[in-house]
Design a protein around this ligand. Structure first.
Ligand code: NAD
Length: 317
């Protein structure tokens, strides 16, 4: 039996991967996003775009979202629509509208229509910068002192999800990725490592504008985690760090270079790193998520990088 899932922000990077995984397993994704470029979905799904239901919708419009859920008889929402750090910085009011009010709309619809589950993207940006290089990777009990509007909005969403559970019994899971990489990651503060890989395949130089350690999460694993949570949405409104592998950008670039050379790509120092560390911890403790969802995939960094480069080579042919 096929099920309908609403995927908000499905034209974006993580949303496109969630959509692909749903199509792969025979379920029907309902893409709820602003009218826009479908390139990320095309790059992952090609002809299979026909198996998707597309709804042009704005997450700031509660009625549009509610009608979409009713009309498609969807019982679960994967909520990924949002504005990333630079966009929230440029326009905090719009950031709050989309990121905070938009998430309230998802939770409100889940309440009104008694949905089976909601999973939404929070972010490791709910944490502030680490005090020093020796600071322990924060877990879900650590202090939240975000240093960006974006992080403050994400923190507010986690609080609102908790209140929707205590007041109205809406079940949800919030996930906090850090630096997602892979095909489709082409905008946002931490997109540099992926855009550098794409440019490398094209033979073009690039500069990654941040340095130091970060947690690199392969986008396929990220999408699989969102689906695992929405399919087995527990009572409550838990929030989990979603970790991949914490390494320095320098090390990531080394692996990219080595892998590219093995694939016969001329690397010739085409990727440079020039910028400060991110205003987010370089590592997050993902053990609570791993205990709650032990079957969620965790692709090795070398394998995620290789898969990404291989797909870029195919796409650039
Ligand atoms: N990519 C990462 O490394 C990362 C890390 C932590 C958290 N997140 C969060 O995960 C979510 C998805 O990230 P992504 O990398 O796929 O982002 P993205 O920027 O690639 O995609 C976001 C999508 O949201 C859509 N959107 C924006 N405003 C909308 C509106 N008003 N109504 C409907 N749709 C709207 C956009 O059109 C876009 O398709 C976001 O909430 C992001 O903050 C991402």
């Amino acid at each position: 039996m096929t099920n309908h899932y609403i995927v908000t922000g499905a034209l974006g990077c993580i949303g496109a991967w969630v959509t692909k995984l749903l199509v792969d397993r025979g379920d029907v994704p309902v893409v709820f996003d602003l009218p826009g470029d479908r390139r990320r979905l095309r790059e992952l799904l090609g002809e299979r775009l026909e198996e998707i239901v597309f709804v042009d919708g704005d997450i700031t419009d509660l009625t549009a979202l509610e009608n979409t859920v009713r009309e498609t008889d969807a019982h679960r929402i994967v909520h990924l629509a949002g504005l990333q750090v630079p966009f929230c910085k440029a326009d905090p009011a719009r950031g709050a509208l989309v990121n905070v009010l938009g998430t309230i709309h998802v939770l409100e619809v889940a309440k009104r229509l008694q949905l089976d589950g909601v999973v939404y993207a929070s972010s490791a940006a709910v944490y502030g910068p680490p005090e020093d290089d020796l600071a322990a990777a924060p877990d879900e009990n650590s202090a939240l002192e975000p240093s960006t509007h974006y992080g403050v909005f994400k923190r507010a969403n986690e609080g609102n999800a908790r209140i929707y559970w205590t007041d109205d019994g809406v079940r949800s899971v919030g996930l906090r990725p850090l630096t997602v990489y892979g095909v489709g990651r082409d905008q946002g503060l931490t997109s540099g490592p992926t855009t550098a890989m794409r440019k490398l395949v094209r033979g073009e130089p690039s500069t990654i504008s941040f340095s130091g350690a970060t947690d690199f999460l392969y986008v396929a694993d990220c999408a699989a985690a969102f689906l695992a949570c929405v399919d087995a949405c527990p009572d409550g409104a838990p929030v989990y760090n979603l970790s991949g592998h914490s390494v320095t950008v320098e090390k990531f670039v080394d692996i990219v270079g080595r892998t590219a050379r093995q694939m016969g790509i001329d690397t010739a120092d085409r990727i440079t790193i020039d910028g400060p560390a991110l205003p987010i911890p370089g590592a997050i403790d993902g053990s609570a998520f791993a205990s709650a969802y032990p079957n969620a995939p965790k692709t090795k960094l070398e394998d995620g990088i290789r898969e990404t480069l291989e797909r870029f080579v195919e796409l650039e042919r």
